[in-house]
Design a protein around this ligand. Structure first.
Ligand code: SF4
Length: 59
């Protein structure tokens, strides 16, 4: 589970975020490209979840 204290600054504000433990394996953006993007060598959330189907695939 991501740690809020280690949240990457590139995430958009909201409930979901990536922390600095990310090794940028691309799994996030492959599973939910409408939510995650790459920034500064990490995956970050650029769109908070609004679709239940996307949320199910991501969690
Ligand atoms: S891309 Fe996603 S699954 Fe891969 S290391 Fe980063 S946060 Fe974890």
């Amino acid at each position: 589970m991501a740690n809020y204290r280690q949240k990457l600054s590139g995430n958009i504000d909201g409930d979901y975020f990536v922390d600095d433990k990310c090794i940028n394996c691309d799994n996030c953006s492959e599973l939910a490209p409408e939510v995650f993007t790459e920034k500064d060598g990490f995956s970050v959330v650029f769109q908070q979840l609004v679709d239940a189907d996307v949320e199910e695939r991501t969690l």
